[in-house]
Write a new protein. Structure first.
Lengths: 158, 243
């Protein structure tokens, strides 16, 4: 992005005003690269969706709550405990009022997607790559499984 | 609150906590607890199995080894390290948990985690879903061809397998090739647009390593070494693994 190779553009969302929040993955932020990578994450997401359409949850960055998808919890055979653990995360995302939660981690994506279904939330859970390609105008129709009806046709490629 | 006082049995030899301290840098600061509860107050696992991080550490400190070692809570703490971040003494409770997992007999460990660890050695792919070299190669080539043909700006997009000397070696979580192959494509497109020189491997391609979660150090290392060998054989400069 900084070298100008990826021309991210948020114009598609100017009129729509679809709101986004991000999940800071424990593995990426607290356990690996710290707050600087959390800032990079926000820099990228804001470039894709527009500064005004980004809402942070609290607490965040290195102090973020784990979603409950890590450490093998998704595969451990304790779904009730896992969802009880994740209730905090669900409420945190839900309270932002965001339409989408961007989850740049495989475990976070699977867990938050499941929490939303289980607790019947209104938000959608998307990979970061989906939002980047959407904002670049190169996201085809078969690459939109995690987008809601509001974005199903937006900025369609080709 | 408990009405009955817990009577501690006098033990000979090192407690479980002492054993864990012996293998951690600075002993994981496991003797430094001020009992403040900052760990427990921000831990989403507090309350599960009637446990929380402070209680778990205090029990270990009191030598209640059997209770600590047998509690299923060790599989409900995700080892996310928020407790360490919040702790004024930087006590490594996640490593205490990791070492508890390590002590569980293989047949007693959660089957989903244990099975995924074992499955990753079925082929040289490290795939916890048991996908083979042929499976992966077929899916990648098939999906790539489809997109090259249907999306004109991406006719030259690549997704190489075993390209020697590529700058980046990229791992791939098994979930996409096995259950939702179209989800591989957005990342390929981004790599294409920035002109990245990257490759997958037909061996060692799977990003995940469940042997870490069952704290099986030998199997964890075996899994990592399979991938490392592939990266080194292809002479890639950078290994990208997002797991």
């Amino acid at each position: 992005m900084r070298e100008g190779k990826l021309k991210l553009n948020s114009d598609w969302n100017k009129r729509l005003g679809v709101k986004f929040t991000v999940q800071d993955p424990c593995q990426l932020v607290r356990k690996s690269l710290g707050d600087p990578i959390a800032e990079d994450l926000r820099f990228v997401v804001k470039a894709c969706v527009g500064e005004d359409n980004f809402i942070d949850m609290t607490p965040n960055r290195s102090n973020n709550f784990c979603c409950g998808g890590g450490g093998g919890f998704l595969q451990s055979g304790f779904p009730e405990a896992r969802r009880a653990y994740g209730k905090l995360k669900f409420e945190q995302v839900d309270r932002t009022g965001a339409d989408y939660c961007v989850t740049p981690c495989h475990n976070c994506h699977a867990q938050i997607h499941d929490l939303k279904e289980h607790y019947e939330g209104k938000f959608h859970t998307v990979h970061l790559w989906t939002i980047i390609c959407l904002s670049l105008g190169i996201l085809g129709e078969n690459e939109r499984s995690y987008l809601g009806p509001d974005l199903a046709e937006v900025n369609m490629y080709p | 609150m408990s009405n009955q006082a817990i009577v501690l049995k006098k033990k000979s030899g090192p407690t479980f906590k002492d054993q864990v301290m012996a293998v951690l840098p600075e002993g994981g600061n496991l003797n430094s607890c001020l009992t403040c509860g900052l760990c427990a107050s921000g831990c989403p696992a507090s309350g599960l199995e009637d446990m929380d991080p402070r209680k778990y550490l205090r029990m270990a400190a009191l030598g209640l080894d059997e209770e600590v070692l047998n509690s299923k809570w060790a599989w409900m703490c995700t080892m996310c390290q928020r407790c360490v971040y919040a702790c004024p003494m930087k006590i490594d409770i996640p490593q205490l948990v990791f070492n508890v997992r390590n002590r569980w007999a293989k047949e007693e460990q959660p089957k989903g985690i244990r099975g995924s660890c074992e499955m990753s050695f079925r082929h040289e792919t490290c795939s916890a879903m048991g996908a083979s070299e042929e499976d992966f190669t077929f899916v990648v080539e098939d999906v790539l061809e489809e997109y090259q043909e249907s999306q004109p700006d991406f006719a030259d997009m690549t997704a190489h397998l075993n390209k020697e000397g590529a700058e980046f070696f990229l791992n791939q979580n098994s979930r996409e090739p096995v259950t939702e192959p179209d989800e591989m494509v957005p990342l390929w497109k981004i790599l294409h647009l920035v002109g990245a020189d990257w490759t997958y491997g037909s061996k060692g391609w799977a990003a995940e390593n469940y042997c870490l979660f069952c704290a099986d150090l030998e199997k964890w290392e075996e899994n990592v070494r399979i991938k490392t060998r592939v990266v080194e054989d292809l002479k890639s400069k950078v290994w990208l693994n997002t797991e």
